[in-house]
Design a protein around this ligand. Structure first.
Ligand SMILES: [Zn+2]
Ligand SMILES: [Zn+2]
Length: 382
């Protein structure tokens, strides 16, 4: 006897929104560009609103509300709530509930709402086209903390009105001021919406498929500089999935993460605070643990694998030990600084030791790089 698994029913409202806005962006907008052209004000408004609504998702929905990576005052939260509604990705409460499940059950095809293991199409947009989530659609029990946030609940209870006002009201007002409502609606309204939809959807799809895994391979999330460029910094998704409470996704200063810069910039004004960072020691240790794994995998296919594996293991253990020593001295030094004891004799002693450990660690890092390269050179020589 065959048991036929019936697919969940199609969600016609979602399908219509994606198809209609997609067609307008692909057909009507280029048509208008050729026939009429768009003026500078329309282009500036479009780019500005891409950043405004897109970063309301990344800085607001994602890092502030889903992960509580920092705190923000009422004004910032209200602006992000309106911008997020403008991005048309459901209410904060609903989005965060899905996203917390995504982190908890990442890649689990039964539970992760946009599991990348179900393929690009499903994780990008397919998951929103059918009623896959019917059983738990209004279950917000994993977001009880957010239900205490008045702005979150205001946005949830008046979502349709806020979403329509932001999506039509803002472009109509700007168009009226600029003397062409239709042009502004097309470019800063619909085209902007479609762009923000698909770039943010890329975080669930492509950022789980294409890129490096410097911190963990226990899930499909990847780091990718190009995706980060188009997703307001969220392309450093491998880092994000292991250190999700960190307000940064791109942790190096040169990594393109405008969401991180926005959060930090608002902290200078005192509008955001308690920006959470994962301790550097944990980040560095996760990274070298992955390097060990990758070096072991590469070495095991070589003819002198046994010898190489012993060497790699030994250098790794030395590195881990030197890291522990260095970070513990650093911590001691920071504590003394906090107590304003940096001029004390004890502090001088620790500072000297810290400098010594820093040099030791740098040397060991070099040795680690050499041993990891050594097996690679052998591979090339063979
Ligand atoms: Zn993810
Ligand atoms: Zn996340």
């Amino acid at each position: 006897m065959y048991l036929l698994m019936k697919k969940p029913s199609l969600l016609f409202v979602n399908i219509s929104v994606f198809v209609i806005t997609g067609l307008i962006a692909l057909v009507l907008v280029p048509f208008e560009a050729i026939v009429h052209g768009f003026d500078r004000a329309e282009i500036i408004a479009c780019v500005f609103l891409i950043y405004f609504s897109g970063m309301s998702i990344t800085a607001g929905y994602h890092r502030l509300w889903s992960h509580k990576a920092y705190e923000a005052n009422g004004l910032v939260r209200a602006v992000l709530a309106v911008g997020g509604a403008m991005a048309l990705q459901n209410s904060i409460l609903h989005w965060c509930s899905d996203h917390r499940i995504h982190h908890r059950h990442v890649d689990d095809n039964e539970r992760d709402p946009y599991s990348a293991k179900k393929g690009f199409w499903y994780s990008h947009i397919g998951w929103m086209l059918r009623d896959y989530q019917r059983e738990r659609y209004s279950d917000y029990s994993n977001c009880r903390d957010l239900q205490k946030d008045k702005i979150v609940m205001w946005q949830h209870n008046h979502y349709l009105a806020i979403m329509l006002t932001a999506n039509f009201g803002i472009p109509i007002l700007l168009g009226w001021l600029n003397g062409d409502i239709w042009g502004m609606l097309l470019l800063a309204g619909v085209f902007r919406l479609v762009v923000v939809h698909h770039v943010t959807f890329l975080i669930n799809s492509l950022a789980h498929i294409w890129g490096r895994q410097p911190y963990t391979d226990s899930n499909t999330a990847k780091d990718n500089d190009l995706i980060a460029f188009f997703t307001f910094g969220e392309g450093y998704h491998n880092f994000h999935h292991i250190f999700e409470y960190d307000y940064r996704n791109g942790i190096k200063w040169w990594q393109f993460d405008p969401t991180k810069w926005l959060i930090r910039g608002l902290a200078f004004l005192g509008w955001t605070k308690n920006l959470r960072r994962c301790p550097e020691e944990r980040i560095e240790k996760a990274k070298v643990a992955m390097q060990l794994k990758q070096a072991q995998e590469r070495a095991s296919s070589l003819h002198n694998a046994d010898e190489l594996l012993v060497k790699i293991q030994a250098e790794y253990e030395l590195l881990a030990q030197k890291m522990t020593e260095y970070y513990s001295a650093k911590k001691q030094l920071m504590e003394l600084k906090k107590q304003s004891l940096q001029r004390s004799y004890k502090s001088m002693e620790i500072y000297q030791k810290y400098q010594e450990l820093k040099t030791n660690l740098a040397e060991q890092k070099q040795a680690w790089l050499t041993v990891r390269r050594a097996d690679f050179d052998l591979l090339l020589a063979n």
